[in-house]
Design a protein around this ligand. Structure first.
Ligand SMILES: [Ca+2]
Ligand SMILES: [Ca+2]
Length: 363
Protein backbone atom coordinates (compact mmCIF):
# COMPACT_ATOMS: atom_id res chain seq x y z
CA UNK A 1 0.00 0.00 0.00
CA UNK A 2 1.43 3.32 -1.03
CA UNK A 3 0.54 6.56 0.76
CA UNK A 4 1.52 9.78 -1.01
CA UNK A 5 1.17 13.29 0.34
CA UNK A 6 2.26 16.57 -1.18
CA UNK A 7 1.28 20.20 -0.91
CA UNK A 8 -1.89 21.43 -2.62
CA UNK A 9 -0.05 23.03 -5.54
CA UNK A 10 1.16 19.64 -6.80
CA UNK A 11 -1.05 17.08 -8.48
CA UNK A 12 -0.48 13.42 -7.64
CA UNK A 13 -1.09 11.74 -11.00
CA UNK A 14 -0.40 8.13 -10.18
CA UNK A 15 1.54 5.83 -7.88
CA UNK A 16 4.85 6.82 -9.49
CA UNK A 17 4.34 10.59 -9.43
CA UNK A 18 7.29 12.78 -8.50
CA UNK A 19 6.77 14.25 -5.04
CA UNK A 20 8.14 17.73 -4.65
CA UNK A 21 7.77 18.60 -0.97
CA UNK A 22 5.82 15.80 0.70
CA UNK A 23 6.39 12.13 1.43
CA UNK A 24 5.80 8.68 0.04
CA UNK A 25 5.34 5.79 2.43
CA UNK A 26 4.89 2.10 1.57
CA UNK A 27 3.15 -0.42 3.83
CA UNK A 28 2.28 -4.10 3.72
CA UNK A 29 -1.43 -4.93 3.82
CA UNK A 30 -3.19 -8.29 4.06
CA UNK A 31 -6.85 -8.38 3.03
CA UNK A 32 -9.14 -10.77 4.93
CA UNK A 33 -12.87 -11.34 4.97
CA UNK A 34 -14.81 -9.25 7.48
CA UNK A 35 -15.64 -10.92 10.77
CA UNK A 36 -18.99 -12.75 10.80
CA UNK A 37 -22.03 -10.70 11.75
CA UNK A 38 -22.76 -10.50 15.46
CA UNK A 39 -26.17 -8.79 15.27
CA UNK A 40 -29.19 -9.10 12.99
CA UNK A 41 -29.31 -6.68 10.02
CA UNK A 42 -31.53 -3.60 9.87
CA UNK A 43 -33.18 -3.18 6.44
CA UNK A 44 -32.94 0.16 4.60
CA UNK A 45 -34.03 0.97 1.02
CA UNK A 46 -32.63 3.72 -1.17
CA UNK A 47 -32.42 4.49 -4.88
CA UNK A 48 -30.34 6.71 -7.14
CA UNK A 49 -33.59 8.47 -8.10
CA UNK A 50 -37.20 7.80 -7.15
CA UNK A 51 -38.90 9.33 -10.22
CA UNK A 52 -38.39 8.12 -13.76
CA UNK A 53 -39.78 8.75 -17.23
CA UNK A 54 -38.11 5.71 -18.80
CA UNK A 55 -39.06 3.18 -16.10
CA UNK A 56 -35.48 2.38 -15.06
CA UNK A 57 -34.61 2.68 -11.36
CA UNK A 58 -31.24 1.91 -9.76
CA UNK A 59 -32.02 0.57 -6.28
CA UNK A 60 -29.42 0.54 -3.53
CA UNK A 61 -29.21 -1.43 -0.35
CA UNK A 62 -28.55 0.87 2.60
CA UNK A 63 -29.11 -1.79 5.24
CA UNK A 64 -26.92 -1.91 8.33
CA UNK A 65 -25.10 -4.67 10.21
CA UNK A 66 -23.80 -6.87 7.41
CA UNK A 67 -26.76 -8.31 5.51
CA UNK A 68 -25.76 -11.37 3.49
CA UNK A 69 -28.91 -12.01 1.44
CA UNK A 70 -31.40 -9.63 -0.12
CA UNK A 71 -34.93 -10.07 -1.45
CA UNK A 72 -36.42 -7.08 -3.20
CA UNK A 73 -40.07 -6.76 -4.18
CA UNK A 74 -40.47 -3.90 -6.64
CA UNK A 75 -44.25 -3.61 -6.32
CA UNK A 76 -44.94 -4.63 -9.93
CA UNK A 77 -44.83 -8.37 -9.36
CA UNK A 78 -41.08 -8.58 -9.96
CA UNK A 79 -38.39 -9.48 -7.42
CA UNK A 80 -34.58 -9.63 -7.20
CA UNK A 81 -32.01 -11.15 -4.86
CA UNK A 82 -29.23 -8.77 -5.87
CA UNK A 83 -27.77 -6.31 -3.39
CA UNK A 84 -28.15 -3.28 -5.69
CA UNK A 85 -30.62 -4.23 -8.45
CA UNK A 86 -31.32 -2.17 -11.57
CA UNK A 87 -35.02 -2.54 -12.30
CA UNK A 88 -37.07 -1.74 -15.40
CA UNK A 89 -40.74 -0.91 -14.79
CA UNK A 90 -42.86 -1.48 -17.87
CA UNK A 91 -45.87 0.67 -16.97
CA UNK A 92 -46.46 4.11 -15.52
CA UNK A 93 -47.58 4.19 -11.92
CA UNK A 94 -46.62 4.57 -8.28
CA UNK A 95 -44.93 1.57 -6.71
CA UNK A 96 -44.43 0.36 -3.15
CA UNK A 97 -41.06 -1.32 -2.63
CA UNK A 98 -40.13 -3.93 -0.03
CA UNK A 99 -36.78 -5.35 1.01
CA UNK A 100 -35.99 -8.29 3.26
CA UNK A 101 -32.39 -8.83 4.38
CA UNK A 102 -30.87 -11.64 6.38
CA UNK A 103 -27.59 -12.72 7.92
CA UNK A 104 -26.61 -15.64 10.15
CA UNK A 105 -28.04 -13.90 13.22
CA UNK A 106 -31.45 -12.84 11.94
CA UNK A 107 -33.58 -10.97 9.40
CA UNK A 108 -35.34 -7.66 8.92
CA UNK A 109 -37.84 -6.23 6.43
CA UNK A 110 -38.86 -2.75 5.37
CA UNK A 111 -41.64 -1.36 3.16
CA UNK A 112 -41.54 2.05 1.51
CA UNK A 113 -45.07 2.90 0.41
CA UNK A 114 -45.46 4.69 -2.94
CA UNK A 115 -41.67 5.11 -3.03
CA UNK A 116 -41.21 5.01 -6.82
CA UNK A 117 -43.05 7.19 -9.31
CA UNK A 118 -42.86 6.21 -12.98
CA UNK A 119 -44.38 8.90 -15.21
CA UNK A 120 -43.71 7.04 -18.46
CA UNK A 121 -41.46 4.51 -20.10
CA UNK A 122 -40.58 6.33 -23.32
CA UNK A 123 -38.25 9.00 -21.88
CA UNK A 124 -34.65 9.17 -22.99
CA UNK A 125 -32.76 5.97 -22.40
CA UNK A 126 -31.25 5.23 -19.00
CA UNK A 127 -27.58 6.05 -18.36
CA UNK A 128 -25.07 3.22 -18.00
CA UNK A 129 -24.22 4.36 -14.46
CA UNK A 130 -25.90 6.18 -11.60
CA UNK A 131 -23.60 8.23 -9.40
CA UNK A 132 -23.44 8.03 -5.65
CA UNK A 133 -22.15 11.03 -3.69
CA UNK A 134 -20.54 10.14 -0.38
CA UNK A 135 -21.03 13.45 1.44
CA UNK A 136 -23.25 15.99 -0.36
CA UNK A 137 -21.83 19.29 0.85
CA UNK A 138 -23.38 22.72 1.58
CA UNK A 139 -20.42 24.26 -0.29
CA UNK A 140 -20.36 22.09 -3.42
CA UNK A 141 -22.61 21.25 -6.32
CA UNK A 142 -24.17 22.81 -9.41
CA UNK A 143 -26.29 25.95 -9.01
CA UNK A 144 -27.12 26.96 -12.59
CA UNK A 145 -26.89 25.40 -16.06
CA UNK A 146 -27.41 27.42 -19.24
CA UNK A 147 -27.42 25.77 -22.68
CA UNK A 148 -29.64 26.73 -25.61
CA UNK A 149 -33.04 27.58 -24.17
CA UNK A 150 -32.24 25.77 -20.89
CA UNK A 151 -31.63 27.97 -17.86
CA UNK A 152 -31.94 25.82 -14.74
CA UNK A 153 -31.22 27.15 -11.28
CA UNK A 154 -30.90 24.60 -8.48
CA UNK A 155 -29.56 24.16 -4.96
CA UNK A 156 -26.22 22.85 -3.70
CA UNK A 157 -25.53 19.20 -2.92
CA UNK A 158 -26.55 19.20 0.74
CA UNK A 159 -30.03 20.51 -0.16
CA UNK A 160 -30.91 18.77 -3.45
CA UNK A 161 -28.84 15.62 -2.96
CA UNK A 162 -25.81 14.29 -4.77
CA UNK A 163 -27.57 13.03 -7.90
CA UNK A 164 -30.54 14.76 -9.49
CA UNK A 165 -32.06 13.49 -12.74
CA UNK A 166 -33.74 16.45 -14.45
CA UNK A 167 -33.93 14.67 -17.81
CA UNK A 168 -37.70 14.14 -17.56
CA UNK A 169 -38.48 17.78 -16.86
CA UNK A 170 -35.63 20.03 -17.96
CA UNK A 171 -34.84 19.86 -21.63
CA UNK A 172 -32.61 22.10 -23.70
CA UNK A 173 -33.53 22.55 -27.33
CA UNK A 174 -30.36 23.67 -29.03
CA UNK A 175 -30.65 25.03 -32.53
CA UNK A 176 -27.67 24.93 -34.85
CA UNK A 177 -27.40 27.61 -37.48
CA UNK A 178 -24.54 26.96 -39.83
CA UNK A 179 -21.48 25.74 -37.95
CA UNK A 180 -21.66 28.15 -35.02
CA UNK A 181 -21.14 26.72 -31.55
CA UNK A 182 -23.55 26.96 -28.63
CA UNK A 183 -22.59 28.55 -25.30
CA UNK A 184 -22.68 26.24 -22.29
CA UNK A 185 -22.30 27.77 -18.82
CA UNK A 186 -22.30 25.99 -15.46
CA UNK A 187 -22.23 27.82 -12.11
CA UNK A 188 -21.06 25.81 -9.15
CA UNK A 189 -20.24 25.94 -5.45
CA UNK A 190 -21.00 28.73 -3.08
CA UNK A 191 -19.59 32.17 -3.87
CA UNK A 192 -16.18 31.34 -2.40
CA UNK A 193 -15.67 27.73 -3.48
CA UNK A 194 -13.99 26.99 -6.77
CA UNK A 195 -14.78 23.57 -8.23
CA UNK A 196 -13.94 21.18 -11.02
CA UNK A 197 -16.60 20.52 -13.66
CA UNK A 198 -17.09 18.18 -16.60
CA UNK A 199 -20.08 17.92 -18.95
CA UNK A 200 -20.93 15.06 -21.30
CA UNK A 201 -23.60 14.74 -24.02
CA UNK A 202 -24.63 11.22 -25.01
CA UNK A 203 -24.52 12.18 -28.68
CA UNK A 204 -25.04 8.68 -30.07
CA UNK A 205 -27.78 7.97 -27.49
CA UNK A 206 -26.43 4.62 -26.32
CA UNK A 207 -26.57 5.41 -22.59
CA UNK A 208 -22.77 5.59 -22.33
CA UNK A 209 -21.24 9.03 -21.92
CA UNK A 210 -17.79 8.38 -23.25
CA UNK A 211 -14.67 10.53 -23.38
CA UNK A 212 -15.33 11.55 -26.99
CA UNK A 213 -18.68 12.89 -25.80
CA UNK A 214 -17.13 15.20 -23.20
CA UNK A 215 -18.03 18.81 -24.08
CA UNK A 216 -16.67 20.75 -21.08
CA UNK A 217 -13.64 20.31 -18.80
CA UNK A 218 -13.04 23.13 -16.32
CA UNK A 219 -10.79 23.06 -13.27
CA UNK A 220 -10.75 25.28 -10.21
CA UNK A 221 -13.46 27.75 -11.28
CA UNK A 222 -16.77 29.03 -9.92
CA UNK A 223 -18.21 29.63 -13.39
CA UNK A 224 -17.41 27.04 -16.08
CA UNK A 225 -18.02 27.98 -19.67
CA UNK A 226 -17.33 26.68 -23.16
CA UNK A 227 -18.70 26.71 -26.67
CA UNK A 228 -20.16 23.37 -27.78
CA UNK A 229 -20.02 22.38 -31.41
CA UNK A 230 -22.49 19.52 -31.80
CA UNK A 231 -20.89 16.28 -32.80
CA UNK A 232 -21.25 14.44 -36.06
CA UNK A 233 -22.36 11.50 -33.93
CA UNK A 234 -25.61 13.27 -33.10
CA UNK A 235 -28.79 12.08 -34.72
CA UNK A 236 -30.57 15.40 -35.03
CA UNK A 237 -33.92 15.94 -33.42
CA UNK A 238 -33.73 13.10 -30.89
CA UNK A 239 -33.51 14.04 -27.18
CA UNK A 240 -30.35 12.69 -25.54
CA UNK A 241 -28.86 12.85 -22.05
CA UNK A 242 -26.49 15.60 -20.89
CA UNK A 243 -24.59 14.98 -17.63
CA UNK A 244 -23.13 17.85 -15.56
CA UNK A 245 -20.63 16.85 -12.86
CA UNK A 246 -19.17 19.22 -10.27
CA UNK A 247 -16.97 18.45 -7.29
CA UNK A 248 -14.57 20.37 -5.12
CA UNK A 249 -11.29 21.33 -6.71
CA UNK A 250 -9.22 18.76 -4.82
CA UNK A 251 -10.96 15.87 -6.59
CA UNK A 252 -10.31 14.90 -10.19
CA UNK A 253 -13.42 14.02 -12.22
CA UNK A 254 -12.05 11.18 -14.32
CA UNK A 255 -15.06 10.11 -16.35
CA UNK A 256 -18.86 10.31 -16.63
CA UNK A 257 -19.36 7.55 -14.04
CA UNK A 258 -17.28 9.42 -11.46
CA UNK A 259 -18.80 9.55 -7.96
CA UNK A 260 -18.24 13.02 -6.53
CA UNK A 261 -16.96 13.14 -2.96
CA UNK A 262 -18.99 16.22 -2.03
CA UNK A 263 -20.43 17.72 -5.23
CA UNK A 264 -23.28 16.88 -7.58
CA UNK A 265 -24.21 15.06 -10.75
CA UNK A 266 -27.18 16.47 -12.67
CA UNK A 267 -28.67 14.94 -15.82
CA UNK A 268 -30.60 16.94 -18.41
CA UNK A 269 -32.22 16.24 -21.75
CA UNK A 270 -30.85 17.93 -24.87
CA UNK A 271 -32.35 17.99 -28.34
CA UNK A 272 -30.29 19.42 -31.15
CA UNK A 273 -32.19 20.62 -34.19
CA UNK A 274 -31.05 22.21 -37.39
CA UNK A 275 -33.60 24.46 -39.08
CA UNK A 276 -31.25 24.98 -42.01
CA UNK A 277 -31.44 21.30 -42.88
CA UNK A 278 -35.24 21.35 -42.85
CA UNK A 279 -35.27 24.40 -45.08
CA UNK A 280 -32.78 22.98 -47.53
CA UNK A 281 -34.70 19.75 -47.87
CA UNK A 282 -37.51 21.68 -49.53
CA UNK A 283 -35.19 22.95 -52.25
CA UNK A 284 -33.57 19.62 -53.06
CA UNK A 285 -34.70 17.32 -55.80
CA UNK A 286 -36.32 14.35 -54.16
CA UNK A 287 -33.98 11.53 -53.27
CA UNK A 288 -35.29 8.07 -53.95
CA UNK A 289 -34.58 5.16 -51.62
CA UNK A 290 -35.67 1.84 -53.11
CA UNK A 291 -36.81 -0.83 -52.68
CA UNK A 292 -38.43 0.16 -49.38
CA UNK A 293 -39.17 -2.01 -47.42
CA UNK A 294 -36.19 -4.21 -48.20
CA UNK A 295 -34.31 -7.11 -46.65
CA UNK A 296 -31.30 -4.80 -46.24
CA UNK A 297 -30.09 -3.65 -49.68
CA UNK A 298 -31.26 -0.09 -50.40
CA UNK A 299 -30.47 1.90 -53.53
CA UNK A 300 -30.25 5.68 -53.28
CA UNK A 301 -30.60 7.89 -56.31
CA UNK A 302 -31.44 11.46 -57.15
CA UNK A 303 -28.30 13.40 -56.24
CA UNK A 304 -25.50 14.83 -58.37
CA UNK A 305 -21.74 14.38 -58.23
CA UNK A 306 -19.65 15.07 -55.11
CA UNK A 307 -19.14 13.76 -51.63
CA UNK A 308 -22.01 12.01 -49.87
CA UNK A 309 -22.19 11.33 -46.11
CA UNK A 310 -24.78 8.89 -44.91
CA UNK A 311 -25.90 7.62 -41.54
CA UNK A 312 -28.61 5.32 -40.29
CA UNK A 313 -30.28 5.80 -36.90
CA UNK A 314 -32.75 3.51 -35.20
CA UNK A 315 -36.00 5.00 -33.96
CA UNK A 316 -34.50 5.73 -30.52
CA UNK A 317 -32.00 8.00 -32.29
CA UNK A 318 -29.00 5.72 -31.86
CA UNK A 319 -26.65 5.68 -34.83
CA UNK A 320 -26.30 2.12 -36.12
CA UNK A 321 -24.39 2.60 -39.39
CA UNK A 322 -22.64 5.39 -41.27
CA UNK A 323 -20.23 6.04 -44.09
CA UNK A 324 -18.75 8.56 -46.49
CA UNK A 325 -18.52 8.31 -50.26
CA UNK A 326 -16.21 10.65 -52.14
CA UNK A 327 -17.05 11.86 -55.66
CA UNK A 328 -20.04 9.70 -56.25
CA UNK A 329 -21.40 9.96 -59.73
CA UNK A 330 -24.01 7.27 -59.78
CA UNK A 331 -26.54 5.58 -57.55
CA UNK A 332 -25.29 4.37 -54.22
CA UNK A 333 -26.21 1.07 -52.65
CA UNK A 334 -26.40 0.70 -48.85
CA UNK A 335 -25.93 -2.78 -47.46
CA UNK A 336 -27.83 -2.88 -44.17
CA UNK A 337 -28.43 -6.63 -44.06
CA UNK A 338 -26.73 -6.84 -40.66
CA UNK A 339 -29.43 -4.71 -39.03
CA UNK A 340 -32.35 -6.34 -37.23
CA UNK A 341 -35.79 -5.94 -38.75
CA UNK A 342 -37.39 -2.61 -37.91
CA UNK A 343 -37.86 1.02 -38.83
CA UNK A 344 -34.81 3.24 -39.35
CA UNK A 345 -34.01 6.78 -40.39
CA UNK A 346 -31.40 7.23 -43.10
CA UNK A 347 -29.83 10.66 -43.51
CA UNK A 348 -27.97 11.43 -46.71
CA UNK A 349 -25.93 14.62 -46.81
CA UNK A 350 -24.50 16.05 -50.03
CA UNK A 351 -23.17 19.54 -50.78
CA UNK A 352 -26.80 20.58 -51.29
CA UNK A 353 -27.68 19.65 -47.70
CA UNK A 354 -29.15 16.72 -45.80
CA UNK A 355 -32.20 14.64 -46.67
CA UNK A 356 -33.79 12.24 -44.23
CA UNK A 357 -35.85 9.22 -45.26
CA UNK A 358 -37.52 6.57 -43.17
CA UNK A 359 -36.74 3.01 -44.24
CA UNK A 360 -38.00 -0.38 -43.16
CA UNK A 361 -35.81 -3.48 -42.90
CA UNK A 362 -37.78 -6.69 -43.16
CA UNK A 363 -36.47 -10.20 -42.69
CA1 LIG B 1 -27.90 21.60 -8.01
CA1 LIG C 1 -22.78 7.66 -25.95
Amino acid sequence: MRVMTDNTNNQLFNACSFIQAGQQEDYRVRLVWAAPATVAPVARISAAQTASCNGVIQFRDSSRFQPETWMWNFGDGQTSSLKNPLHQYVASGTYTVKLKVTNTIGADSITRTNYISVSGISGIIAPSCYPNVATPSPNNGTTRVRFGNLDKTSALASVDGGYVDYSCTDSAVVTITGFQGINLTVNSGNANTAENCKVYIDYNNDGLMEDFEQVLNSQNNIVHTTVVTPSVFQCLGVPVRMRVITDNRFNQIYNSCYNPAQGQVEDYSVKITNPASTASVKNLPSILVYPNPSTGIFNISGFGNGRMDWEVCDMSGRKVASGVEANISSDRQLDLRDLPAGLYQVKVTTQSGPVVKRISVQK
